[in-house]
Design a protein around this ligand. Structure first.
Ligand SMILES: Nc1ncnc2c1ncn2[C@@H]1O[C@H](COP(=O)(O)OP(=O)(O)OP(=O)(O)O)[C@@H](O)[C@H]1O
Length: 370
C-alpha cells in the first residue's frame, strides 16, 4: 500500500451557459508523509479549488484522491481526517482560546481529562498557553492565526491543509509565521499541503512545490530545482527574477545562438524548442535566452552583454542594477553582492559575462502561442 497522498488526474469543471469551464485540469502529484508540499501560482489558477477537493469541500468532476492508498474521492469532508486552516481565521469570537481549540474535541464527547491534555499540549507547541483565557478579539492577527492552526492540529490529522494562511498578516509577521509553521510541521512530522501565490514564501518553507498555470501543473520540484531548471517560460518568469533576451537561433547540434554583442553561446539548457527532439532547429528561429540576475558578472574582458548602467538600487545586502543593453530595446537586471557594487556607477558603460551552464534557451514562438 502506498503511503501518503496521491492525486490522480484531478479535474474540476463548472457548468456555465456554454460548454462549462474547466478550472482544474488533470492535476496529478504525490505527497509523502512528513512532507511540506506547496501549490503555488497566480490568482485564479486553481490552487484553492484543488485544496478544497482534497478536503472534501468541493466535489471532483473526475480523477481520484488517495490517502495512504485508500480512495477518498467520495468520502465526506468530516470523515477525511484532514485538518484545514483558512485565510480567514474563523474563530468563535465569544469563546476563549482554550475553548476554541477544544471545541471539536468537545462535540466528539471526549473525556474532560483527555481534552485538557490534548489542548494543553498543542497550545504549548504553538506558544499559546499564556493566552489560553483570552478572547480572539484580544489577540493580534498572528496570534489568531496560531489559534486556528492549533484548532486544526488538535486532532493530530495526518494531513494539514493550509489555504493562504498568512494573507492577512503584515510582511514581517508573515515571515515569522511561515517559519513557525515550518517548525511545527517538522516537530509533528505531519504532511502539510500549503497554498500560496507568494513565490518567496513557497521557496522558504517547502520541500517541494507544484507550480500551477491556468488549472494545470506546470512543474513539480524542490525550490532549487524549480529556480535553477524551470520547465517553461512561465515558471522561469513566475519564480524569482529572470532576464529574457530575444535571440536568433543558429542551426545545429548542440543548439547555439548569439548574444546581442555578437558573442556566441551554447546554452546549458534548451527548453520547449520545436524540432528539439531532432536536434535540428531551423536557422534564424527566434528564441529567448533566460539568465538569472545574480548569474551575470561584471567583466573587463570579452563580454557576453554590453550595456549602460541606468539605475542602481541599494537593497542592503545586494545592489540591483538596471542596465540598458547596447543595440536592444530591453532592460537587464543584474544583482550584485554589495561588496562589488563600487565598481559600477549610474551612467557608466558596463559589460557582463555569464557561464553557458547558467543560460537557458526557450522558444519564443511557442510561448507567444500559449
Ligand atoms: N463556483 C464557481 N463557478 C465558476 N467558476 C468558479 C467557481 N469557483 C471558482 N471558480 C473559478 O475557478 C478558477 C480557480 O479558482 P481558485 O480559487 O481555485 O483559484 P486560486 O488559484 O486559488 O486563486 P486565488 O489565489 O485568487 O484564490 C477561478 O477562475 C474562479 O473564478
Amino acid at each position: 500500500m502506498s503511503r501518503g497522498l496521491s492525486i490522480r488526474g484531478l479535474t474540476k469543471r463548472y457548468p456555465t451557459h456554454g460548454e462549462g469551464i474547466t478550472v482544474v485540469s488533470d492535476v496529478s502529484f504525490d505527497v509523502g508523509n512528513g512532507e511540506f508540499f506547496t501549490m503555488l501560482g497566480p490568482s485564479g489558477c486553481g490552487k484553492t479549488t484543488t485544496l478544497r477537493m482534497i478536503a472534501g469541500l468541493e466535489e471532483a468532476s473526475s480523477g481520484a484522491i488517495l490517502i495512504d492508498g485508500q480512495d477518498t474521492t467520495n468520502v465526506p469532508a468530516r470523515r477525511r481526517n484532514v485538518g484545514m486552516v483558512f485565510q480567514s481565521y474563523a474563530l468563535f469570537p465569544h469563546l476563549p482560546v482554550f475553548e476554541n481549540v477544544a471545541y471539536g474535541l468537545r462535540i466528539r464527547n471526549l473525556p474532560e481529562t483527555e481534552i485538557r491534555a490534548k489542548v494543553g499540549e498543542i497550545l504549548d507547541l504553538l506558544a499559546l498557553s499564556p493566552l489560553a483565557d483570552r478572547l480572539p478579539g484580544q489577540l493580534s492577527g498572528g496570534q489568531q492565526q496560531r489559534v486556528s492552526i492549533a484548532r486544526a492540529l488538535v486532532y493530530r490529522p495526518p494531513v494539514l491543509l493550509l489555504d493562504e494562511p498568512l494573507a492577512n498578516l503584515d510582511a514581517k509577521l508573515r515571515v515569522q509565521m511561515r517559519d513557525e509553521i515550518r517548525r511545527i510541521q517538522r516537530a509533528l512530522g505531519i504532511m502539510v499541503l500549503y497554498v500560496t501565490h507568494d513565490q518567496e514564501e513557497a521557496m522558504a518553507v517547502s520541500d517541494r512545490i507544484a507550480v500551477f498555470e491556468r488549472g494545470r501543473v506546470a512543474q513539480i520540484g524542490s525550490p532549487t530545482e524549480i529556480y535553477d531548471t524551470p520547465a517553461s517560460h512561465f515558471v522561469a518568469d513566475f519564480i524569482g527574477k529572470a532576464n529574457f533576451l530575444p535571440v536568433r537561433i543558429n542551426k545545429g547540434n548542440p543548439v547555439s545562438c548569439h548574444f546581442p554583442s555578437g558573442n556566441p553561446i551554447t546554452p546549458g539548457r534548451v527548453i520547449a524548442l520545436p524540432h528539439q527532439e531532432h536536434k535540428m532547429i531551423p536557422a534564424g528561429f527566434d528564441g529567448l535566452l533566460m539568465v538569472r540576475p545574480e548569474r551575470l558578472t561584471p567583466t573587463d574582458g570579452p563580454a557576453a552583454i554590453a550595456g549602460r548602467v541606468e539605475r542602481l538600487q541599494h537593497l542592503g545586502a545586494m545592489t540591483r542594477c538596471f542596465v540598458s543593453v547596447v543595440g536592444m530595446d530591453c532592460e537587464l537586471l543584474v544583482d550584485l553582492p554589495r561588496i562589488t557594487r563600487s565598481r559600477l556607477r549610474e551612467g557608466d558603460p558596463c559589460k557582463f559575462d555569464v557561464a553557458s551552464s547558467d543560460v537557458a534557451l526557450f522558444s519564443k514562438a511557442r510561448e507567444m502561442q500559449a
